[in-house]
Design a protein. Sequence first.
Lengths: 114, 113
Amino acid sequence: AQSVSQHNHHVILSEAASLELGCNYSYGGTVNLFWYVQYPGQHLQLLLKYFSGDPLVKGIKGFEAEFIKSKFSFNLRKPSVQWSDTAEYFCAVNAGRRDDKIIFGKGTRLHILP
Amino acid sequence: NAGVTQTPKFRILKIGQSMTLQCTQDMNHNYMYWYRQDPGMGLKLIYYSVGAGITDKGEVPNGYNVSRSTTEDFPLRLELAAPSQTSVYFCASSYLGSHNEQFFGPGTRLTVL
């Protein structure tokens, strides 16, 4: 069965620090990968996605993620975080054409200190 | 477009009561999903539907029921509410060919006392 692991459950950074959130998945075939963000009290919004092509994908608000197939990873990065990035971040995986569902990781709660 | 809408936003139930959480999308999406979100546990899929008249169980279906009589609506029914069903419930939709990119509603916060 597919699974998604987010190793950092809670991250605290100061403004302007660099961010990298880890995500690993367990499916060996073609995958579609997503990062969603949930700001306090709000619903999930898509941050970025990877379907095929360039493994370095850019999303909204200066976020990017790199798909490394050999490592089954899709880590999220941002060179300089802002206080407004305080949110919970979810990595999610869909097993390509075989599946109508996506599996979510347990989330990483990011807290940015002003 | 309003996207995915959910009602109510908040609800308190007593043990044993039942209720229906409403979900509507106006994007003509084929697929619709119900998740529950508990602190530190991510999102767990309750039920999903790939089209009108078709529903399937997800990871945590016990205690819930769904129906999909139209493309737009996907209500979630709780029968005999239990404290374990205290959670935030999110409805989502996606469309064929989207690689399962999902669009989420604002959520319903349910407390069962």
